[in-house]
Design a protein around this ligand. Structure first.
Ligand code: 13P
Ligand code: SF4
Length: 326
């Protein structure tokens, strides 16, 4: 099917169902375009949460992974929230199960619990704070300045990055992103030598050896901004490659390279693709209203408990902390 046909059908379905699409930068280009061209949003995980909560529509279609749909539901419990694919999850979410994480937290009752947005609603329900990569360092810096001792979960690489930046007293959960964990330092070093007129942009879910070679480390939004602002011809990107659609749109004159994920000499590329983000397709945008079987349903008490740390995340602003964990 041609894109225009998808667009016409999607527009009419969204209208008749009083719905809007909220998509992450990592999903398929066609899905991102459908969100943009129908008045929805394409953004990072923090803005997806903030934006979703403000919309008038009664239904949100979340093109991303499960934790994004759950966050939308927690912030807008009266809305219907549909995922394009219920199997779309995240290795960080899978690697941090409620029972074991609760045990870990219970063993350290003197610590405040900060969890990454890439966790289940159950895990969020026992957290003091939820953060995304765009605010994790600032929030931990703030909590550290108040003398708080912390638990961080689930991403050990992001956790270590935050530790290095803030010097926080923070215990780390042992989780990782299967996409970012695969970037290879030796091959990246070779690629930088091969392209001296380049900037390296890295998502902080990557290993330390990769982060150390970056000009810019940050959330997906920060990396897109950095690609716009860079004066270099080549932009080497260590994050999920769905993001290239936005980067190329803003800077068609630049050449974007995927940071190497395996092999030697930077020639062998494994996919750099999140298998779960990749489940989001334009065809599923049309199907979502047919079966209506992809709805996010959460227990009332989980919504109530998880909303507290998520609200703190949504309301946290740099240099302007509006909510503090008690
Ligand atoms: P952002 O919060 O930077 O959009 O990242 C979400 C994510 O899943 C990264 O892998
Ligand atoms: Fe999770 Fe990694 Fe996929 Fe992001 S890219 S959704 S962190 S598995």
């Amino acid at each position: 099917m041609e894109y225009n046909e998808y667009l016409l059908k999607t527009k009419s379905l969204l209208e008749s169902n009083n719905a809007k699409i909220i998509a992450h930068y990592y999903v398929d280009e066609l899905v991102q375009r459908l969100a943009e061209d129908t008045g929805g949003l394409v953004s990072d995980s923090l803005e997806m949460a903030r934006y979703g909560a403000k919309q008038q529509e009664s239904t949100l279609i979340v093109a991303g992974v499960k934790f994004m749909g759950e966050t939308a539901k927690i912030l807008s419990p009266d809305k219907k929230i549909y995922m394009l694919d219920m199997e779309a999850t995240c290795s960080l979410d899978i690697g941090c199960d409620y029972v074991n994480f609760k045990k870990f937290c219970d063993e350290h009752p003197d610590r405040e619990v900060v969890v990454y947005a890439n966790t289940s609603a159950e895990v969020k329900s026992i957290a003091d704070w939820v953060v995304t990569s765009s605010m994790a360092v600032s929030l931990v810096e703030h909590l550290t300045s108040l003398g708080k001792k912390l638990i961080w979960a689930p991403d050990k690489y992001l956790g270590n990055y935050i530790l290095e930046k803030t010097g926080a007293d923070m215990l780390l959960w042992d989780g990782s992103c299967i996409v970012h964990e695969e970037y290879k330092a030796l091959e990246l070093r070779n690629m930088i030598k091969q392209y001296p007129d380049s900037d390296v942009l890295v998502h902080p879910e990557s290993p330390r050896s990769i982060i150390q070679m970056a000009q810019v480390v940050g959330s997906t939004t920060k990396l897109i901004e950095a690609s716009k602002n860079s004066s270099k011809k080549y932009i080497i990107v260590a994050t999920e490659k769905g993001i290239f659609y936005q980067m190329k749109k803003y800077s068609p004159e630049k050449i974007f390279l995927e940071a190497p994920t395996e092999g030697e000499g930077a020639t062998c590329k494994s996919c750099g693709r999140c298998p779960w983000m990749n489940l989001n397709t334009a065809k599923k945008v049309l199907n979502v209203f047919k079966s209506k079987s992809n709805e996010i349903i959460l227990a009332h008490d989980i919504i109530t408990k998880a909303k507290i740390p998520i609200d703190r995340m949504v309301n946290f602003r740099l240099n302007n902390v509006t909510h503090k964990a008690s």
